[in-house]
Ligand binder design. Structure first.
Ligand SMILES: Cc1cc2nc3c(=O)[nH]c(=O)nc-3n(C[C@H](O)[C@H](O)[C@H](O)COP(=O)(O)OP(=O)(O)OC[C@H]3O[C@@H](n4cnc5c(N)ncnc54)[C@H](O)[C@@H]3O)c2cc1C
Length: 390
């Protein structure tokens, strides 16, 4: 980056997983950062997250691993089971070849770890309750307009990182095609270990026709996070009670968790079009995370990709001679990777939801695979490392 660009703080819109990690990665590379978040308080919804080794490698290099492992639960494998009988189909190893773990964690715990690190960094300022309302090109940068408790105010920024999520208001203001409904909905809830319906330990996915369920430990194993994915019908959102009925003939572990979870929250799943441009306004603005490439959660990689984005962006900005060279390098690195992950997500979507009798062929084929060959399928994903100098 030029000396003039380096002299001014980098502005991040959105303090989600992508925005917070980007702030930490940029501060680590010597940049001053200001984050603007519309929420007046940082509160994560009660749901869990799987963090795969590729994402943990970035967080580890930021010095967060010890803290994460206090709250997260390590998994060695993801067990795939049949929806109705619960019979195991295959165990997919998830620890990377260098031993980097795979962890399931409560989102609030991950957010708290990131926020503590942000608080400790003298290079980062976090503004809560500040909603970006407009952005316009100005001499030598962009004018950003925020609304907060103190009214409307303007900020001049030289480089903006748009990390404002799948419903990105930045994308809307830039006139980009909106995220589109995928036709699926995810129901999220959690079950206390003491609340009966004890699910199997570790990470389990039950595969059924047009639906699947995933359960994994969070809060240090005191709770189990349950995610149910099914087609989104017009009335689905208004009918959470119908969930138990729609999953009534599933494995008892699933039905008892649904009963114990009580009201689950529905999240219609939207995806960002793959051709959404990421660089805007004369390379004064770059989109990252879900704002750039929100995808279906069938490979548990959305947050992982936002975390990878953060590391690659910080490294590119630190090393490239100019802003444009940095963003061009960033995009050249990230586009093929995101496209490959999206292809894997589409593959999981097809294979997870196969109808009878194709599901029998899938199960037979998977049961013949050795754990090593299943691990090899995903080594390109989990063995990814952030740039060496990061
Ligand atoms: C059911 C489900 C399960 C998932 N499971 C996994 C998983 O296991 N592993 C995984 O890696 N990923 C998973 N994901 C994906 C993951 O949740 C997302 O990819 C990730 O949270 C995206 O992070 P982000 O920082 O890009 O966006 P967000 O987390 O959406 O953050 C955006 C932030 O921007 C703020 N904001 C928005 N507009 C403005 C504005 N105008 N001004 C200021 N601030 C603004 C918002 O308040 C928010 O804090 C899952 C997703 C779903 C739906």
């Amino acid at each position: 980056m030029s000396a003039a660009d380096r002299a001014r703080p980098i502005t991040i819109i959105g303090a989600g997983i992508g925005g917070l990690t980007a702030a930490l990665a940029l501060a680590d590379r010597g940049f001053a950062v200001e984050i603007f978040e519309r929420a007046p308080q940082m509160q994560e919804v009660g749901a869990g997250l799987q963090l795969s080794p590729n994402a943990l490698r970035v967080l580890g290099r930021l010095g967060l691993m010890k803290d994460l492992l206090v709250h997260g639960t390590r998994a060695r494998e993801v067990i795939l089971r049949r929806a109705f009988t619960g019979r195991p189909i295959a165990s997919v190893p998830v620890v990377a070849s260098d031993g980097m773990p795979y962890v399931s964690i409560h989102r609030a715990d991950l957010q708290a770890v990131l926020l503590r690190a942000v608080d400790r960094s003298p290079a980062i300022t976090l503004h809560l309750g500040a909603t970006l309302q407009a952005l316009t090109p100005a001499r030598g940068g962009l004018d950003l307009w925020f609304i907060s408790g103190e009214g409307r105010h303007r900020l001049q920024a030289s480089l903006v990182v748009g990390a404002d999520g799948v419903r990105s208001s930045i994308a809307r203001r830039l006139g980009l095609a909106a995220a589109t409904p995928s036709g699926a909905i995810a129901w999220r809830g959690y079950v206390s270990r003491d609340n009966g319906g004890g699910p199997p330990p570790g990470i389990t996915a039950w595969l059924g026709p047009r639906r699947h369920a995933v359960a994994y430990p969070i809060s240090g194993g005191r709770e189990t996070n349950l995610v149910l994915i099914e087609p989104m019908k017009r009335m689905t959102l208004a009918d959470p009670a119908g969930l138990a009925y729609r999953f009534r003939s599933w494995d008892r572990d699933v039905t008892s968790m649904i009963a114990a979870a009580g009201d689950m929250t529905g999240w219609p799943l939207n995806v960002v079009p793959p051709d959404r441009p990421w660089r805007h306004l004369d390379d004064r603005l770059i989109l990252i995370g879900d704002a750039a490439h929100a995808m279906l959660p069938y490979a548990a990689q959305g947050a992982g990709m936002a975390i990878e984005d953060a590391a690659v962006l910080a490294d590119a900005l630190a090393r490239a001679p100019s802003r444009s060279a940095a963003l061009a390098h960033y995009e050249a690195e990230r586009r093929p990777r995101i496209a490959k992950v999206r292809r894997r997500v589409a593959f999981h979507q097809r294979v997870y939801h196969l109808p009878w009798p194709l599901n029998l062929a899938r199960d037979a084929a998977l049961s013949l695979r050795s754990p090593d060959s299943l691990r090899d399928d995903l080594s390109w994903l989990y063995d990814w490392s952030p740039p060496r100098r990061f």
